[in-house]
Design a protein. Sequence first.
Length: 349
Amino acid sequence: MRYTFLSTHCVQGIAHPSGEADITLFEDQTKGIRVLLTVDAVRHLHLLNRHLALMSMMLRAMIGNPLAAEFPNLLVAETAKVESQRRDSIGSDPVVIIEITGNVEAQVPANAREVQDFLLCFDAFDKKALKARLQSEVSAVLTALRTGTGAQLEFRQVCDGSYLLTDDGKVVHSASAEVGSPGVYVSRRLTQEQQAQVVADISLALKAGPLERVMRLHAQSLNKATDNYRAFVAAWSALEILIGKLFPTYQCLLTAELRAVNQSPGLHAYLDRIANVMGDKYNLADKFAVLSVYLDDDRAEDEVRIFRDLKGVRDRLSHGEELEESGLPTRDVQRLFDKYLRNHLRRDA
């Protein structure tokens, strides 16, 4: 089945004033690659914007069966919201759009829904694998833009995505089961309970002076303007520093509780020996395991396993292994940080 993949990047270092026509920088129909410079990227991204709108509507149960009479208007409104967010994120910089077309193994499931003039389904093709396969072409185009212009251009990714076309020309929006993917989220009103807790937590955070740096790192990882690679590095650094800062407190607490449970001189001598031998030899996973005893709600065993898996990703990255940027588990690291900082701050509140 035919696919279209779009990779879009704001470019700094090229002037292309508002109102000017698109410039076709490259086109090779044999390779299925076209590169445009535009100041109206949102117009070219309509199908990707509609896809995100559909995913958001699915999460909020707004796509019923049968469709509500007002569905067409709702879809237009939701797509307009995505487009507005897209314009805000792009700003005034021109955008390079890399469009790649070709064939991919795909199977539209029998339960695909025909919605207006397009099809909506789950997992018709492996979108991650397609993106990974096309990254070399995307990188080559961006590199050639710098070498071709002789300018030190800088790029900021706007988005990328793909869709299918059936033989009769219908667009297929294939949703991934990973609904937590970047760009899809559900906004809800704050409850009174949440507002009260925010007030309390802000007060606690403002008094956590020694943790100021680590909270700043964590906040950097939450900035949507930061690419996922840097967001993951910042999130992991924040979590690692947090563990290091909290470990001495909870290690002492654990040791004191073990001494209190059993007054045997042998046990106390053993604990003293452990403290002398280990000193600063505890590895990061050991420290996290100690923290999980006190700061995990009820999933300590699972969280220790998850932490070790996340550390494995970080280690592979630091050893130079090529990992797909979009697949880095930034949100999982951020969730652990949120949980352990929150429970630490509230523990003695």
